[in-house]
Ligand binder design. Structure first.
Ligand SMILES: [Mg+2]
Length: 305
């Protein structure tokens, strides 16, 4: 059985600029055994090269940029496949701008085919311009649906989802959200993983710390979904979700021996099924795609004389 791993980064490999204990040994074991792996992140700000350097500084050297797949790469791939020759007005950072440039997608501040919103800082002036482009007919696309992203255990920052929501409110147009949990992100990541593995894989494991993106996307894409508790999800909240992880692990360190020996342990029964009640935490929708259909504007009734 040839198994490949898709690995989320924040909350799985590192947290608050600190490597999660055992993460270095886990990646070492993947490399040493020739197990195919690809890091998968919704952060559209860094380039794959930036991420390789970041992991090197954290203590995981020797990774190549092709080991990383970001929502920025996913967005550029989506646009070049579905609309060759399109133009874009971008609110985003280097990772997104580079990915679009590499796919020969041109910038256009007057009549772009799309307004593309990614992670990073937006000014009112830029949002105003994006608003005008959408009013003139541009379609709204976000690299990922995250409303906020963790900066530290006490601090968050606004994400691409929140910025896209601003433009949804001002223009009355709905955005399309790429990145996890969108199936296009998982499908293309799986394809990249097969390219790295030089052949189709028998099974793919997604390792992540967030239920709404990592676990939901993996379940919907027909992959194994392993939840780690080293990031944003508490064990107590897992039972609140309809979709469930295949396995729950304290951290990626729990998998290192399995990777080394090639022997998978039995499925762990989720302790989350045995509890009642709901968790408390930061309130509000974590991701733009969590919004229920209830919030969608209803079509206006036909005009009658
Ligand atoms: Mg994460």
């Amino acid at each position: 059985m040839k198994t490949g791993h898709l690995i989320d980064m924040d909350g799985v490999i590192y947290r608050e600029n600190q490597l999660i204990p055992g993460a270095g040994e886990f990646v070492e074991a993947l490399v040493a055994t020739g197990t195919p792996f690809l890091f998968l992140t919704n952060n559209s700000a860094p380039t794959p090269e930036d991420l390789a350097v970041r992991l090197k500084h954290l203590g995981i050297p020797g990774l190549s940029p092709r080991h990383f797949y970001t929502s920025a790469l996913n967005t550029a791939e989506f646009l070049s496949e579905t609309h060759p020759g399109c133009t874009v007005f971008v609110i985003g950072e280097g990772g997104l701008l580079t990915a679009l440039h590499e796919r020969q997608i041109a910038s256009d501040a007057l009549h772009p085919s799309y307004v593309v919103v990614g992670e990073g800082v937006a000014t009112m002036e830029k949002l105003g311009k994006a608003h005008e482009c959408i009013e003139r007919g541009a379609r709204l696309l976000a690299t990922n649906p995250d409303n906020w992203c963790p900066v530290s255990s006490e601090k968050t920052r606004p994400g691409a989802g929140a910025m896209a929501a601003f433009l949804e409110a001002s223009t009355g147009r709905r955005a399309y959200y790429l990145g996890k949990p969108n199936g296009y992100m998982f499908h293309r990541a799986r394809r990249r993983l097969a390219e790295l593995a030089l052949g189709e894989l028998d099974q793919v494991v997604m390792l992540g710390d967030t239920m709404e993106t990592d676990i939901r996307g993996a379940v919907e894409a027909g992959m194994y979904a392993f939840l780690v508790l080293s990031g944003s999800t508490q064990l107590e909240s897992v039972g609140d979700y309809v979709y469930q992880p295949t396995r729950i692990l304290q951290s990626v360190a729990d998998l290192t021996d399995e990777i080394k020996t090639g022997a998978a342990s039995d499925r762990l029964d989720s302790p989350a099924f045995n509890r009642e009640g709901f968790h408390t935490g930061k309130s509000g929708h974590r991701h733009q795609t969590d919004l229920l259909a209830l919030y969608k504007p209803r079509p206006r009734p036909a005009m009658t004389k």
